[in-house]
Design a protein around this ligand. Sequence first.
Ligand code: AP5
Length: 217
Amino acid sequence: MRLVLVGPPGAGKGTQAEFIAAHLSVPKISTGDIFRANVSQGTPLGLEAKRYMDDGKLVPDEVTINMVRDRLAEPDAGDGFLLDGFPRTVPQAVALDKLLADLGTQLELVMELVVDDDEVIRRLSGRRQCRGCGKIWHVEFEAPSRADLCDRCGGELYQRDDDKPEVIAKRLREYSDKTAPLVDYYGAQGKLVGIDATGPVEDVTVRAIDALRSYGG
Ligand code: AP5
């Protein structure tokens, strides 16, 4: 299956993407994770992306589209994928449609995680991520047994630079200005399914998998 997860920052896309990708046996492709890996390796792409990410802004479309084009050309994405955080603008969505059409295929489903701004702020301000395996934790909702270490791999946990309150506010504005229009874009294609993303992680996963099953996934 070729699937996109869309939703505001902190909606739980990365958290749910792990379970959904495992359920579908497809690779999870997160543009945020790819940018962060480039930032930590100090690549030219990472240096460019960091300027935007630290300011809560989207990385320019051209840079992001080229990066996704390269990633989708890798063999593991040939039979399906789950995109987390891409597309994020209508031009990115148009580019993705074209890229897939050139490969003789198309997106099957776009899943929107629906959650309000107050919940997003609570989730982002308590998020911690593992530098080793990338596992996402939350100091309150999914707390590791030691505040600074990952229970899964023993890696160091850190707080993302863009999870500061002033950057969160900018990311939410970027979302409503540039990403929310994708709901109409994919709605018009008949590919959009909305999921209530409030409540415990496990409940959201059950809703997501139920919705996938009704679309053959
Ligand atoms: P990206 O990494 O994609 O950030 P985002 O979309 O802002 O999403 P987040 O990763 O912040 O949140 P999430 O929805 O994955 O939530 P999570 O599962 O972690 O992008 C970062 C930056 O990169 C962008 O700002 C931009 O600069 C750049 N970028 C990336 N893609 C781009 C693109 N296509 N174009 C241009 N620029 C791009 O959950 C959050 C917290 O909540 C966690 O602590 C988690 O444990 C907790 N949680 C999750 N679910 C629940 C639940 N049900 N109940 C309680 N807590 C929960």
